[in-house]
Design a binder for this molecule. Structure first.
Ligand code: MIG
Length: 687
């Protein structure tokens, strides 16, 4: 049951697709109060209450015990105490002895989620706008609440199948040759690969939809050559449009009046990579149409995937920000500043970027009305994603395109995936990535993944290998790193063969993982879930913070500590451990429900499969297109006949019907189990 409550005059967000009547009865579960414009919700927490949700945010799977802020921020140096990341996903699940409900705030402005931070026993949620629609969802289980929420907000984005292949990326591939060399090195060494991202280096002076003719002379031919080798180019597009006369996107945007404006009616400008930029007012339909059509020449050149960046929007600085910083510096220089201002001199400069003052200084058009950007800030990336996706649909409505964005808001989950932003080559960020995934899924973002190996700082070989072992299971499996850091492609490292075999396991599992993903997406389910979702009666399972359920029958438990020789795993029921070293080298171990310490050398990683549920492995290939998804090795710990469904499609169909793509298959106990481990069947099947 979904109930809607309205407060004031809510701004449209495009998050909700279901129209519901507004409740007149008082809001249950929360104490409601006002302070100025703010709307404040308060709820006493039971000591055993858990809170899931908030999608992209720091800390654990259970969000309880910290304060988070919905305020999309470019924050490459995030850590445990960071309150806001690149996205705002305002959905929470309360789960405890006295609570089982979901709460969604459809509010594009700043929201503070004090989930037991100020007082351990109290949740206080504050909306700054104060005008919003609030939805309460009550169902019998966490899974059903999540499903209802997806019905409310719409089906998750479906990427093309090739987007489940391994993707190599780096900020700094400065020419066609360097990209070709990276591709060739993967092919030469048998490291499977489906795509290479082009970062801002491919553009001419970082201008969107342009490319450097000196270094990337013929994108058409380049893209064709790559396609012949079963590789796709995935260019980046930034939010800001370079404010330079003679540059077509600027001229057409200017002529159309498509950019965000200041109070005096002039275009708002801020510096980003290309220098002074204007920012499309993505809230307007005609602006989205114009921007979406700008992708057309690249689509015509054969590009089938993009990543949208800097769309919080990130602002390096504005003229007024620079003036203000210089004014402070002058005061300090002339001796007129007091002690505190002198001490803050560094801040005066570093706070020039993503400055709240700047976000307050421009306006967006919402339903024909000028609204201060601050009030709709968190929609910017989502609306850019919408513009792109709508453009792709106009270009080819039959086909799925790859699209993942840095910034997002609920609603964008219908149009694209997300990557988890700029992380560091830190062990703690490996764990952070894992913990974010189920909450992203809860908020509808099924196609996601982190920068494997870490974006900032220098990775170590073992950290990259452990990142890849998580990446084997994340829908987006992309190795990405920042300019100036240690080169991070697999082939750069002495242990590249170990890493290659890890990626090969991904390809052997790809048809199975794709099937699990599509089944989840097409039934409004979750690909990754906290253990609490399936084992809500088991308090041990509900508390697990370092393992995730995957699809209908699997569980992952990656090693996330340096130099560890293994790890503890809690099995909420009997499960088969498949410990992988490569597609042909793995061992199968039936394990009983309970705690286990399991050794994992650096090259080993587990997948756990529920008893009487089959796992399908195919022969790995160098790219997803070459995979044979008819012949499999079936692995199953079984003590009865089992049957299951495999989802398959052409990988592009933009509107597949689940039931039309399922192949039912059975494994019979009577036909004896040919595996070498008693009770574990292992045999070839053809579907
Ligand atoms: O200010 O395009 O998150 O993935 O490599 C940095 C360069 C801009 C941030 C993205 C990152 C990308 C980088 N971008």
């Amino acid at each position: 049951m979904i109930r809607k409550y309205s407060f004031g005059t809510p701004l449209p967000t495009d998050a909700v697709v279901l129209s519901l009547p507004t409740e007149k009865s008082p809001l249950p579960f929360f104490n409601l109060s006002r302070s100025g414009d703010q709307l404040i919700l308060t709820r006493k927490l039971h000591p055993e209450d858990r809170i899931f949700g908030l999608g992209e945010s720091v800390r654990g799977i259970n969000k309880r015990g910290f304060l988070y802020r919905s305020w999309n921020t470019d924050i490459p140096h995030h850590q445990e105490t960071t309150e806001s990341l690149y996205a705002s996903h305002n959905f929470l699940l309360f789960f405890g002895p006295e609570s089982l409900f979901g709460l969604y705030l459809d509010d594009p402005g700043r929201i503070t989620w004090d989930l037991g931070f100020t007082r351990m026993d109290t949740a206080v949620i504050t909306s700054e706008n104060g005008d919003l629609d609030l939805y309460l969802i009550e169902e019998d289980s966490l899974t059903e609440i999540a499903r209802s929420f997806r019905r409310l907000t719409g089906r998750s984005y479906l990427p093309p199948r090739w987007a489940f292949g391994y993707i190599q990326s780096r900020w700094g591939y400065a020419s066609e040759e360097s990209v070709r060399a990276v591709a060739a090195e993967h092919r030469k060494r048998g490291i499977p690969l489906d795509g290479i991202c082009l970062d801002i280096d491919y553009m001419e002076n970082y201008k969107n939809f342009s490319w450097r003719k000196d270094a990337f002379p013929d994108l058409n031919r380049f893209s064709e050559d790559m396609r012949r080798d079963h590789l796709r180019l995935i260019p980046i597009i930034d939010a800001g449009i370079c404010a330079e006369e003679g540059y077509t996107p600027y001229d057409s945007g200017k002529a159309g009046g498509f950019f965000c404006r200041k109070a005096d009616g002039s275009d708002f400008r801020a510096a980003v990579w290309p220098g002074s930029c204007c920012f499309p007012d993505f809230q307007r339909e005609e602006v989205r149409r114009w921007f979406g059509d700008l992708y057309q020449p690249l689509l015509e050149a054969g590009v089938e995937g993009f990543w949208n960046d800097m769309n919080e929007p990130a602002l390096f600085f504005t003229d007024s920000g620079v003036e203000e910083a210089f004014r402070k510096a002058e005061e300090v220089k002339s001796g007129s500043a007091d002690y505190e201002e002198m001490w803050m001199l560094g801040d005066a400069f570093s706070h020039m970027s993503n400055n709240p003052e700047d976000y307050r200084s421009f306006y967006q058009q919402v339903n024909g009305r000028q609204v201060c950007h601050e009030k709709v800030h968190n929609l910017y990336g989502a609306s850019m994603t919408r513009a792109s996706a709508e453009g792709f649909r106009r270009f080819d409505p039959e086909k799925r395109f790859l699209l993942f964005s840095r910034s997002s808001f609920i609603g964008a989950h219908r149009n694209g995936g997300v990557w988890q932003g700029d992380n560091f080559s830190w062990w703690s960020h490996l764990k952070l990535a894992l913990q974010m995934l189920p909450n992203l899924n809860l908020c509808g973002f099924l196609y996601s993944g982190c920068d494997l190996g870490g974006f900032g700082q220098n990775v170590t070989e073992d950290l990259l290998e452990r990142f890849l072992q998580l990446g084997v299971f994340t829908p987006l499996m992309r190795n990405h790193s920042a300019l100036g850091t240690r080169e991070q492609e697999i082939f750069r490292f002495s242990s590249w063969e170990i890493m290659r075999d890890t990626v090969r396991v991904r390809y052997a599992l790809l048809p199975f993982l794709y099937s699990e993903f599509m089944k989840a997406a097409l039934s409004d389910g979750m690909y990754f879930r906290p253990l609490a979702f399936d084992y809500s009666e088991d308090p041990r399972a509900a508390a697990v913070e370092d393992q995730l359920l995957l699809g209908e029958s699997c569980m992952i438990a990656p090693v996330m500590e340096q130099n560890s020789a293994g790890r503890y795993v809690y099995l909420p029921e009997d499960m088969l451990l498949v410990r992988f070293r490569s597609p042909e080298d793995y061992d199968c171990l039936p394990l009983e429900k309970g705690d286990h310490w399991i050794p994992f050398s650096l090259r080993e990683f587990p997948l756990f499969v529920r008893k009487n549920h089959p796992l399908l492995l195919c022969r790995d290939e160098e790219c997803s297109e070459s995979l044979d998804d008819h012949s499999f090795t079936a692995l199953c710990w079984m003590n009865r006949d089992v049957s299951s469904d495999l989802y398959r499609d052409d990988g592009f169909d933009s509107d597949p019907v689940l039931s039309e793509h399922l192949t039912r298959f059975s494994l019979n106990l009577s036909g004896d189990c040919p595996g070498s481990v008693p009770g574990v069947a292992k045999f070839p099947i053809v579907l």
